[in-house]
Design a protein around this ligand. Structure first.
Ligand code: GLA
Length: 392
């Protein structure tokens, strides 16, 4: 992989690359739409991700080329004129990180040539954009010896996504992509950023990723709408109770104060956030106790709550998950990520995976009219420099 990418870099930029970097995608095992409500999440990094080969330039330009968007050619970005431009498409994520790195006072001594290649399916909700952002932050730190910690890179990347691209995401995706560890999920408290690594041992079962392949158009605006609903409900609750975020509420407290939320739709959103946060904590304990049956049951409950109360699933994700539930080897299944399309995950007993895929494929294709895709998730490392196939 590294050798092939080096060669391609040479073909595009007519010089040798200096180093290769990798940044993963992610799946979230449980804890959806809790990360901007001060709650818990439980994601892991996957071995699918984004690669980059880089070399330094003598001027202040970044020349960006992606093997995934060859038709766009080389995109020339002037470090002194960083502005969002719809035409530049994927390069806006790169520009956002460059912009905020400089804004925070870090000097970029020169430009770079960067060749990118990703094997995360695009727009599948496995965080290809956060993967790219954290990748760029990691490259800048390494090549220019910037005094940035991984947490700084994570925060800069989230800022780029929020304020440069306009997607008001929480911190989960950038965090797991920067901090992921092979074979482990991270139990992250998004209010304090306290986190622990939990080994993911599923006995004789694996995580199957199921891609709806639905083209997601309005995802960002729908996502921002959910976030605004939560913020509005929080401001109403804060008039009668002292809390910082929705996930501060215990279940009994929610029951008591729910009528202060005047809009019934917003009430449902809050119920999801509060109960999902409780489910994540239970799920982490279940996994630590090797109780994957309980873990699977909590995943199923999470999906139902996202379908009924948070309303971010849609017929494609529901069809995948509901048909996964019908299979004898399924331990649990739910959508993962923002929703509205993208991917779902299922924990499936290894010996039944082939039958599982066939049955879910058949049902989905019949109902939806096009084919889903399946990948077996393997839990990998966070972003870093690649040397001899290993992340440093
Ligand atoms: C997207 C966002 C995350 C998180 C999830 C939903 O992936 O980027 O911050 O909010 O949706 O859990």
């Amino acid at each position: 992989m590294e050798k092939r990418l080096m060669k391609e870099f040479e073909a595009v930029f007519k010089e040798q690359g200096e180093a290769v970097f990798f940044s993963p995608g992610r799946v979230n095992l449980i804890g959806e739409h809790t990360d901007y409500n001060g709650g818990m999440v439980f994601p892991c990094a996957i071995t699918l991700g984004t690669y980059a080969v880089v070399s330094r330039r003598a001027d202040a330009h970044m020349l960006l080329y992606s093997n995934n968007f060859r038709e766009k050619g080389i995109i020339d970005v002037d470090l002194n004129k960083l502005q969002y431009d719809k035409q530049d498409d994927w390069a806006n994520y790169v520009k956002g990180v460059l912009y905020f790195t400089q804004q925070e006072g870090y000097k970029l001594p020169c430009g770079l040539n960067i060749l990118i290649e990703g094997n995360i399916p695009n727009g599948a909700g496995l965080s290809s954009s956060a993967s790219l952002e954290v990748l760029i932050g990691t490259i800048l730190k390494e090549l220019f010896q910037l005094p940035l910690s991984m947490l700084d890179i994570i925060k800069l990347s989230q800022k780029a996504e929020n304020q440069f691209v306009g997607m008001n995401c929480g911190i989960m995706d950038q965090f797991i992509i920067g901090m992921g560890k092979k074979g482990h999920a991270i139990a992250l408290d998004t209010a304090t950023l306290k986190h622990t690594y939990v080994p993911v041992q599923l006995k004789q079962a694996s995580i199957v990723i199921m891609n709806t392949r639905k083209q997601r158009g309005l995802t960002d605006s729908k996502y921002n709408e959910r976030r605004a609903e939560c913020e509005h409900a929080l401001s109403q609750i804060q008039k009668i109770m002292k809390i910082n975020s929705l996930c501060d509420l215990k279940e009994e407290e929610f029951e008591k104060i729910q009528h202060s939320i005047t809009n019934p739709v917003e009430r449902k959103r809050v119920r999801h956030a509060v109960l999902e946060n409780i489910r994540v904590k239970k799920a982490i304990t279940a996994l630590e106790n090797n109780d994957i049956i309980e873990f699977g049951a909590l995943m199923n409950a999470s999906h139902i709550s996202l379908r009924e109360d948070y309303e971010v699933t849609g017929v494609e994700l529901d069809t995948l998950v509901e048909s996964a539930w019908q299979q004898s080897g399924t331990i649990g299944a739910r959508m993962t990520g923002a929703g509205f399309g993208g991917c779902a995950i299922a924990i499936v007993e290894d010996e039944t995976i082939e039958d599982f895929k066939q049955a879910v494929y058949k049902e989905y294709t019949k109902r939806i009219g096009y084919e889903p895709e399946f990948y077996i998730a393997s839990i990998g490392h966070g972003a870093g420099k690649l040397v001899g196939g290993c992340i440093q």
